[in-house]
Design a protein around this ligand. Structure first.
Ligand SMILES: O=C(O)CCC(=O)C(=O)O
Ligand SMILES: [Fe+2]
Length: 291
């Protein structure tokens, strides 16, 4: 247990009930895993400043309230109303915030992963992390049903860490998860008609999506900043639909196990967003379809 270089924080490890719950369901919500003041507030503060600088860069004079933590996104709705492209600029910049990178590589995240996966050698996949900004009624970048391993071919026993920066209410479209779906292995995928208008890897969907997803009970946990959702790399999940008036800000990062044989065989590839050709890696799992 010396592996992490820091003192092991046993408080942050899962108890036997949580471990059993995770093994059964393929998903677990851990309330207040991160410290609001120490871990989350500095990220929110930097986002507030970056939004302000992007406004300034584009000569916009949008009136904003002083930063108080929970209002870190003040003015963002007005910014994207002026030009949606300015929102993409913010999206690319916020993943460069040091406090966010500290959260990802925090000792408590790493030890949670290592303890749960029984490994001493965790990795954080190249381009496998970011801060989602799901704007109300926007479909283009919404994640439809998927399993993480297909787009993050690092290790089969990887984990998604998902944690919100705003309180997630039902109308904000919480992540929807298919319980116990991780037990059935990797699904078949196709480039199907319903997603043809989407961007990049969002064109890919689970083959026979409705039938596959229909086999499982679904949950859509409501979470608050500080809470953490962990998901198995094979758990089927999707973004909910944000029909609220506020963008849904959430951070996600992924850990993988360097010692897992499938990951080692395929070479711990980077995220699909970094250009990894998942159709060739997973050629047996892609189905041609005209539906
Ligand atoms: O935040 C979302 O809606 C989707 C999240 C997701 O698919 C992930 O974190 O892997
Ligand atoms: Fe995902």
């Amino acid at each position: 247990m010396e592996t992490w270089g820091n003192k092991l924080d046993k408080q942050k490890l899962l108890n036997e009930y949580q471990k059993a719950d995770f093994a059964k369901n393929g998903v677990l919500v851990i309330k207040q895993f991160y410290d609001l003041k120490q871990d989350i507030f500095p990220i929110q503060s930097s986002i507030y400043e970056i939004i302000g600088l992007v406004m300034q860069r584009h000569g916009l004079s949008i009136v904003r309230q002083p930063f108080n933590g929970s209002n870190f996104d003040d003015g963002y709705t007005e910014l994207i109303a002026a030009n949606r492209q300015f929102g993409s600029e913010v999206y690319d910049l916020v993943k460069q915030i040091p406090a966010f990178l500290r959260l990802i590589s925090s000792t408590c995240s790493e030890q949670l992963f290592c303890d749960l996966r029984g490994t001493d050698l965790a990795g954080i996949g190249a381009a496998s992390y970011g801060i989602r900004i799901d704007n109300p009624f926007e479909e283009q970048f919404r994640s439809q049903w998927h399993q993480e391993f297909l787009s993050q071919p690092q290790s089969l026993d990887g984990l998604v860490f998902w944690t919100p920066l705003v309180p997630i209410l039902p109308d904000m479209g919480p992540v929807v998860v298919c319980l116990e779906s991780h037990k059935d292995g990797l699904c078949k995928y196709s480039k199907s008609k319903p997603y043809a208008q989407k961007t990049g890897a969002y064109k890919i969907g689970i083959f026979n999506e409705e039938q596959v997803v229909g086999r499982y009970k679904q949950v859509a946990p409501l979470t608050e900043p500080g809470d953490l959702i962990i998901m198995d790399f094979l758990t089927i999940h999707q973004s909910g639909f944000n029909i609220s008036h506020r963008s849904r800000w959430s951070t996600q990062f992924r850990f993988f196990n360097f010692r897992e044989p499938t990951g080692m065989r395929i070479g711990w590839k980077a995220s699909v967003t970094a250009g990894t050709d998942i159709e060739s890696i997973f050629s047996d799992y892609f189905v041609e379809t005209d539906q």
